[in-house]
Design a protein around this ligand. Structure first.
Ligand SMILES: Nc1nc2c(ncn2[C@@H]2O[C@H](COP(=O)(O)OP(=O)(O)OP(=O)(O)O)[C@@H](O)[C@H]2O)c(=O)[nH]1
Ligand SMILES: [Mg+2]
Length: 387
């Protein structure tokens, strides 16, 4: 056993957990520009995973030209401005949106529709200037045939002066206009919804959102968006497999017990925030780790670390597999409890879920090599089967 002491372990875990909390205290500012009726409000509803009957932005409220700036907050941290153009923000003196521009826009989204025209270049340049990252979508992709779509995108790239590699995402955000109906053989039908209440007409939004999430992860802001999504499973799986691979990698480095505990505590905090939108306290996160990893409830960090981390000098792939399996099992158990809204009250139940998962993982990773164990993709495949 390495020379840890309780004080050092606590200090390291504190530091990592506080860093994580600070990141979540930040804000996410999203600014959307695009011409009238391009589908900006529809796109935002789809992007933020809204139910058809509960849109964030009203779609097609009135016919004719509307140049109003709309501003919405999602929870404490997310601000969204839905605007026809920056000139309108200034002329309307939209205080909240002006503040957003001063604070800094994280994500600028240009919503295009129809065939390419030069008029959107100004919007694109405004977004470039104001936002950390710009994403461009071609909405109403359903109004083009498959064959024409790539040509239209190429023309838009040309008009906006984009390079070949810069992406324009074709999307369909239709479904939030209360008057909109499906027409089949001349008859009108209501638009159908999926099991989360989202219109089934939506297409391509996940691809844009995944890329936005990849960008936000680098800024430490991905959870702010991910917690808004109806389907948490993709992000939950990413949190669990990344933390597990990190724990496996760290297990090869002597003196990393505190770091591994910190990784586990932060991952528990992340899962809690993803599902509930609230922060789990550090003490709670540690107590979960104790529940899972230690023989008895209420062990201190030192004993917890000792119970699953290998002694110095014999850190081999098998020992790392144990540290990783414990990490994967505890996070999968936390995920199970959050997903099924069971509550963390029943410690015996938590332990039993944990032990079942740990045994499965141990069996599956017995002969895995070091280079596999430290890969998040390796764990993703295994954990996906379990959670
Ligand atoms: N066919 C099709 N129609 C869409 C799509 N997205 C939105 N629409 C429709 O286009 C119309 C305008 O959509 P909005 O979301 O209100 O557009 P907007 O850009 O917010 O419009 P303003 O706020 O008035 O500038 C509505 O009838 C939508 O249902 C799409 O992907 N395909
Ligand atoms: Mg609108």
């Amino acid at each position: 056993m390495e020379n840890y002491n309780e004080k050092d372990l606590n200090a390291k875990v504190d530091e990592m957990f506080n860093d994580f909390k600070t990141k979540l205290d930040s804000t996410l500012n999203v600014l959307v520009l695009g011409k009238v009726s391009a589908g900006k409000s529809s796109f935002l509803n789809a992007f933020f995973d809204r139910e058809m009957t509960d849109p964030l932005f009203t779609v097609n409220a009135k016919s004719g030209e509307t140049t109003e700036v709309k501003f919405e907050k999602l929870g404490e941290n997310i601000s969204i401005a839905d605007t026809p153009g920056l000139d309108d923000i200034v002329s309307e003196n939209s205080a909240e949106t002006i503040k957003m521009l001063d604070d800094g826009v994280d994500i600028g989204i240009l919503v295009l529709s129809g065939s390419a025209d030069k008029s959107q270049k100004k919007h694109y340049e405004d977004l470039r200037e104001k936002s950390t990252a710009v994403f461009i979508v071609l909405n109403k992709a359903d109004t083009f045939s498959e064959e024409n779509l790539s040509g239209v995108i190429a023309q838009w790239k040309d008009q906006l002066g984009l390079s070949e590699e810069e992406e324009i995402y074709p999307v369909v955000s239709r479904g939030y206009d209360p008057k909109d109906k499906e027409i089949f053989r001349g008859q009108e039908f209501e638009i159908e919804v999926d099991n989360h209440g989202r219109p089934k007409t939506i297409k391509g939004i996940d691809t844009v959102r995944d890329d936005v999430l990849v960008f936000l992860e680098k800024q430490g802001k991905d959870l702010l968006l991910a917690k808004e999504l109806k389907d948490k499973s993709k992000k939950a799986l990413a949190i669990i497999s990344t933390a597990t691979a990190t724990a496996a990698g760290a297990a090869f480095i002597p003196g990393s017990a505190a770091y591994i505990l910190g990784v586990q505590a932060v991952a528990i905090g992340s899962l809690g925030y993803l599902y509930t939108g609230e922060m789990i306290g550090k003490a709670n996160a540690i107590s979960f780790i104790g529940t899972f990893a230690a023989e008895q409830v209420g062990m201190n960090l030192f004993l917890i670390a000792k119970s699953f981390l290998p002694p110095t000098g014999v850190i081999d792939a098998a020992a790392a597999a144990v540290a990783a399996s414990v990490t994967a099992a505890m996070l999968s158990a936390v995920n199970y409890i959050l997903k099924n809204e069971i509550g963390f009250g029943d410690k015996e139940q938590m332990k039993s879920i944990f032990n079942d998962i740990k045994e499965q993982l141990k069996a599956e990773t017995k002969s895995a090599e070091k280079k596999e164990l430290i890969k998040a993709t390796f764990w993703k495949v295994l954990i996906k089967k379990i959670i």
